[in-house]
Design a protein around this ligand. Structure first.
Ligand SMILES: [Zn+2]
Length: 127
């Protein structure tokens, strides 16, 4: 079976194949999880979002959406097997991340150093 699936924002169309309804269901589910995760920024509600992949010095890759208005970022976690991605809405302690998962760089209050500081530490996002 083949299916054409277009994301709800009409930006991307996918051609999917599956031998069974279950396989197609999974394929659509994977697309929705990643490519329909967010249609606007959780911090400023901006709708100009870009998919970005960053690589650190150790070769680890980080998949994220970036808001081109306020520079907030939304991270995707990576499944250990199969190449799957998932929207990160919870931190390591299973607490919901505020702004529906969107985070911004912010200066620490009272900091004399002008270098940007992360709001919270998350070693999966080394900047
Ligand atoms: Zn924004």
């Amino acid at each position: 079976m083949k299916a054409i699936y277009r994301t709800k924002d009409n930006r991307i169309s996918f051609e999917l194949t599956g031998e069974t309804p279950k396989e197609l269901f999974k394929a659509i589910s994977n697309i929705q999880e990643v490519f329909e995760a967010e249609s606007s920024c959780g911090c400023c509600q901006g709708t100009v979002l870009q998919y970005r992949v960053r690589e650190d010095n150790d070769g680890n890759e980080y998949y994220e959406l970036a808001c081109l208005h306020c520079y907030a970022k939304f991270s995707f976690g990576q499944n250990k097997k199969g190449g799957g991605l998932f929207a990160k809405r919870y931190d390591k302690d299973h607490n919901r991340i505020e702004n529906n998962g969107w985070r911004k760089w912010e200066k620490k209050q009272g900091a004399t150093n002008s270098a940007p500081q992360r709001q919270e530490t998350d070693d999966s996002l080394p900047f």
